[in-house]
Design a binder for this molecule. Structure first.
Ligand code: SAJ
Length: 439
C-alpha cells in the first residue's frame, strides 16, 4: 500500500503518520482542528515527543505528509481519534462515530479500515461496523475492518511504534492479514492476528493490569506507613523474586490510559469487575492521602511548593494528572506554588518559588529536578521540610542539605529521646514511628 489516511493527528496518530511516511507510505492526515492542521503543514508539531519534530519536518517537506480537515478517498483509513471518558465512566465514542461516518461517505470496495483508538469491548463490531456499512458496502466482503490498538509509551513512542509487538484483531482473517501487511512497512515487532473483541480486551487489560498493580503498591504504601516500615524497600526486595513485579506507589495514577481504560472494562460488566473498580478507587484516593500528609506535616495556611504537575515524568502532558487533583485539594487553605519545567505557565525559578516556603512536595520525578541545589533551597525556606511522593531524592542527601525528609509509603523516621540500653544513657536516637494518619 502506497498511501493511507490517518484520521486524528494527536499523540498516536501523528507519530504513526510520521512512521508510515518515513518508510515510504504517503500519508494524508485528517485533523479537524485547523490550527493543528496548519502547524503540521508548516512542518511543525503541537505535542512534545522525542524525535517526532525532526521526522515530521522532514516528511512534510518531502511531501510525504499532508494534512487536511476532511476525510478524502483512500485505500486505507487508520482511525486514531480520542475516546475520552464520560461522567458515568463509559466511553465517549462521539469522535469514533464521526470518523466512521466520514469514512463511510468515501469508502469503496477493496478499502481497509483500521481502528487504533482504545475502545470498549465490542465497539468495532457493534459501533463502527454498522456505521461503515451505511456506505452500502458489506464489511468482510467489500471492505476490510480491523482493530489494532496502539500500545506505545508516551516519551518513547517512536521507538515503541517500531519495536513493540502488535495485536491485530480482524473481523475476518483477511482483514487482519491486510492490516499486518500495512504495518509491516515499519513494525519490527511480532504481529499477532486475532479477532476484534480479543484485541479490544487485550489492550484494555494491559492498562488494567498496570493500574491494579499500582493500586496494590499504593495500598502497600499506606499499610507500610501504619506498620512502621518502608514500602519501597518491601517492593525492592519482593521484586527479587523471579515471579514478582510489584509496581511503584505514588500520588495517584494519571494520564489518558491507565486512569480511563479500566473503566471501559468495568462498565461493560460492572457486577463482575470488582477488583478493577476497587483498584481505580484506590488510585483515585491517593491525591487525598497526600493532601492529608501535607496537612499533618505543615497544616493549613502554610506555603507549599509542588515540584511537577504533569501526569508522569519528563512529558508535558497534564491530562488526568493526580498532582492537579492534589493542588485542587490543597486549594485556598494553602499558599501553593507549582514548579514544572515542562509546563510553560509553571516553568518558574524554583529558588524564587521556594522563598519562605514551609514544605516542598515532590509530585513528579522529572529528571531535571536532580539538578536542584537542595542546600540552597533549604537556606531560603521558612522551614525546610520535604515530602517525596516518588522516592526520587536520596534521604541522606536531602537530610545533609538541612531538610526534614518524609517519604510517601514510609513510616516517618524521627529523632527521639530514648533509653540507650547499650550505653545505659538517655540518648537521641533515630526511630521509626507509626504514622499518625488514620485515613
Ligand atoms: N505510575 C505509578 N506507578 C508505576 C507506574 C506508573 O504510579 O509503577 C503512574 C504514572 O506516574 C502515571 C500513570 O501511572 O501517572 C500512567 O503512567 P504509565 O507510564 O504507566 O503509562 P502511560 O499512561 O504513559 O502509558 C500506558 C502504557 N501502558 C502500559 O504500559 C501497559 C502504554 O504502553 C500504553 O500504550 C498507553 O498507556 C496507552 O496509550 O494506552
Amino acid at each position: 500500500m502506497q498511501r493511507i489516511s490517518v484520521i486524528g493527528l494527536g499523540y498516536i496518530g501523528l507519530p504513526t503518520a510520521a512512521m508510515f511516511a518515513s518508510h515510504g507510505v504517503k500519508v494524508t492526515g485528517v485533523e479537524i482542528n485547523e490550527d493543528i492542521c496548519n502547524t503540521i503543514n508548516n512542518g511543525g508539531i503541537h505535542i512534545q515527543e522525542p524525535f517526532l519534530a525532526d521526522i515530521v519536518r522532514k516528511q512534510v517537506s518531502r511531501g510525504m505528509i499532508k494534512c487536511v480537515t476532511e476525510v478524502k478517498p483512500s485505500e486505507a483509513f487508520l482511525i486514531a481519534v480520542p475516546t475520552p471518558i464520560k461522567q458515568d465512566k463509559t466511553a465517549d465514542l462521539s469522535y469514533v462515530v464521526s470518523a466512521g461516518q466520514a469514512v463511510a461517505k468515501v469508502l469503496k470496495p477493496g478499502d481497509l479500515v483500521i481502528l487504533e483508538s482504545t475502545v470498549p469491548p465490542r465497539c468495532t463490531l457493534d459501533v463502527l461496523l454498522p456505521i461503515l456499512e451505511k456506505s452500502r458496502l458489506k464489511a468482510g466482503k467489500d471492505f476490510s475492518l480491523a482493530h489494532c490498538p496502539e500500545r506505545v509509551l508516551p516519551g518513547n513512542i517512536i521507538h515503541e511504534l517500531k519495536y513493540n509487538d502488535r495485536v491485530i484483531g480482524g473481523i475476518n482473517p483477511e482483514s487482519a492479514e491486510k492490516s499486518r501487511d500495512l504495518y509491516a512497512a515499519f513494525v519490527k515487532g511480532e504481529m499477532y492476528l486475532t479477532d476484534t473483541i480479543t484485541a479490544e480486551l487485550c489492550k484494555l487489560m494491559e492498562n488494567t493490569y498496570r493500574d491494579v498493580n499500582i493500586a496494590l503498591a499504593n495500598e502497600l504504601a499506606r499499610i507500610s506507613e501504619r506498620l512502621g516500615t518502608n514500602a519501597w524497600d518491601v517492593i525492592k526486595y519482593a521484586n527479587k523474586h523471579p515471579r514478582v513485579n510489584i509496581h511503584q506507589p505514588g500520588p495517584g495514577v494519571g494520564g489518558h490510559c491507565l486512569a480511563v481504560d479500566p473503566w471501559f472494562v468495568a462498565t461493560a460488566a460492572p457486577d463482575l469487575a470488582s477488583i478493577i473498580q476497587l483498584a481505580r478507587n484506590t488510585n483515585d484516593f491517593m491525591p487525598s492521602y497526600v493532601a492529608k500528609r501535607v496537612e499533618v506535616l505543615v497544616g493549613p495556611g502554610s506555603k507549599v511548593v509542588v515540584l511537577g504537575c504533569t501526569y508522569k515524568p519528563d512529558v508535558d502532558d497534564l491530562r488526568g494528572s493526580p498532582i492537579l487533583d492534589l493542588i485542587k485539594l490543597l486549594g485556598d487553605d494553602y499558599n501553593v506554588t507549582v514548579v514544572d519545567p515542562f509546563v510553560e505557565s509553571y516553568n518558574v525559578d524554583v529558588y524564587k518559588a521556594a522563598k519562605k516556603a514551609d514544605l516542598i512536595v515532590l509530585g513528579v520525578h522529572h529528571d531535571k529536578f536532580k539538578k536542584i541545589n537542595l542546600s540552597k533551597l533549604a537556606e531560603i525556606m521558612n522551614s525546610p521540610v520535604l515530602l517525596d511522593t516518588r522516592n526520587f531524592f536520596s534521604r541522606d542527601k536531602v537530610e545533609q542539605a538541612g531538610f526534614e525528609y518524609h517519604l510517601l509509603g514510609s513510616a516517618k523516621r524521627v529523632k527521639v529521646r530514648a533509653w540507650d540500653t547499650k550505653r545505659k544513657v538517655a540518648a537521641s536516637v533515630e526511630k521509626d514511628v507509626r504514622n499518625v494518619l488514620k485515613c
